[in-house]
Write a protein that binds this ligand. Structure first.
Ligand code: NAG
Ligand code: NAG
Ligand code: NAG
Ligand code: NAG
Length: 271
C-alpha cells in the first residue's frame, strides 16, 4: 500500500513537471483589455532551461514570422487591435519539453446582423439572427424593438417572442406576424465583460393579399389578353374570309360556317 502511494506521488510530481505552464515564464502585461495597441512580452526566468528559441501562437495557431532565436525573451507587437486580433496569445519557448504562457487580448465583441432587412407575411413567423465574433464572445444577448424614439426590451417567452442564444449567435423568432405592430427596426445587443455592441435589422410585414398581388396581376393580364383576342377575332372574321372553302381556324368552325352563309348572302345582295 505504501509503495502504491509512493508511486502515485512520483507520477504526480513528474506529470506536474511535464505540464510546464507558468512559473518559469513571467509576462507583461498579464492581460490586454480594451486597448488599441499593445506589446506582449514573455521572459523565461528559469535559467536552468535551455531554449532554442521562441514563437507565438494566436488561438492555438502558430503566428508566421513570430519566431525568434532569442532564448529567454519573446515579444509580439500588436499595432492595431480590433476584434480580429483578440483571443488567446501564447509565447512558446523551445525547451524540452516546451514551456508556454498565455496572455489574453480582449476587445468588445463584434456583433452583426445576418441580414439587415427581413420580410415576412402576415400570420407567418419571422426569424431575425445576429452573430458575434471576437474574444470574449458575448455572455449576454438582448433584443430590442424600436418604438417611436425608444428601444423596448423584448422578453423571451412573452407575446409571440422566443429568443435562442449561444455565445456566437442569437435568434429572435416572432410568431404570427402582425401587420400593424411588428414591422420596424429591431436591435440585437451582445455584451461581454468590456461592454456591448449592437446591430439593427429592419422587418417588413406584408399582408397576405400583398403576397397574392403578383399572382392576381398575372391572372388579370391573361383574362384581358384573352378577351381582347376574342373580341378582335370576332370582329375581324367576316371581312377576313375571302376564300369560300378555306375558312380558317378549326375552333371557330361553327362560327365561320355561319359567317360563310352570311357572306354568300351579302355577296348575292351585292351582285
Ligand atoms: C524581461 O527581460 C527584459 C530584459 O531582459 C526586461 O527589460 C523586461 O522588463 C523583462 N520583462 C519581464 C516581464 O520580466
Ligand atoms: C427562451 O425560452 C425558450 C423556451 O422557454 C428557451 O428554450 C430558451 O433557452 C430561452 N432563451 C433564452 C435566451 O433564455
Ligand atoms: C459557434 O459556436 C459553435 C459551437 O460553440 C461552433 O460550432 C460554430 O462553428 C460557431 N460558429 C461561428 C460562426 O463561429
Ligand atoms: C471599452 O471601450 C469602449 C469604447 O471604446 C467603452 O465604451 C467601454 O466602456 C470600455 N470598457 C471598459 C471595461 O473600459
Amino acid at each position: 500500500m505504501k509503495l502504491l502511494w509512493a508511486l502515485a506521488a512520483l507520477l504526480l510530481c513528474c506529470w506536474r513537471a511535464d505540464a510546464s505552464t507558468g512559473p518559469q515564464i513571467s509576462v507583461e502585461p498579464s492581460e490586454v483589455s480594451n486597448q488599441t495597441s499593445a506589446i506582449l512580452t514573455c521572459n523565461l526566468t528559469d535559467s536552468t532551461l535551455s531554449s532554442k528559441g521562441s514563437y507565438w501562437t494566436h488561438n492555438d495557431k502558430p503566428i508566421e514570422k513570430s519566431r525568434s532565436s532569442s532564448s529567454n525573451y519573446a515579444s509580439y507587437n500588436l499595432e492595431k487591435i480590433t476584434y480580429h486580433q483578440s483571443g488567446r496569445y501564447e509565447c512558446v519557448f523551445e525547451t524540452d519539453p516546451l514551456v508556454k504562457r498565455v496572455i489574453e487580448v480582449k476587445t468588445l465583441p463584434y456583433v452583426g446582423a445576418y441580414k439587415h432587412s427581413e420580410h415576412g407575411n402576415e400570420n407567418d413567423k419571422s426569424v431575425l439572427t445576429c452573430v458575434a465574433h471576437g474574444h470574449p464572445l458575448p455572455t449576454d444577448w438582448m433584443w430590442y424593438k424600436e418604438e417611436g424614439s425608444e428601444l423596448k426590451a423584448i422578453v423571451n417567452g412573452t407575446q409571440r417572442y422566443e429568443i435562442k442564444s449561444t455565445p456566437n449567435k442569437t435568434m429572435l423568432t416572432i410568431e404570427d406576424l402582425n401587420i400593424e405592430s411588428d414591422g420596424g427596426y429591431y436591435f440585437c445587443s451582445g455584451n461581454n465583460e468590456l461592454g456591448q455592441n449592437k446591430d439593427k435589422i429592419f422587418l417588413r410585414v406584408r399582408s397576405r393579399l400583398a403576397a397574392l398581388w403578383p399572382f392576381l396581376g398575372i391572372v388579370a393580364e391573361v383574362i384581358i389578353l384573352v378577351t381582347v383576342i376574342f373580341i378582335y377575332e370576332k370582329r375581324r372574321k367576316p371581312d377576313d374570309v375571302t376564300d369560300d372553302d378555306d375558312s380558317g381556324a378549326a375552333p371557330l368552325k361553327s362560327n365561320s360556317t355561319a359567317n360563310h352563309k352570311e357572306k354568300n348572302v351579302r355577296q348575292r345582295n351585292a351582285n
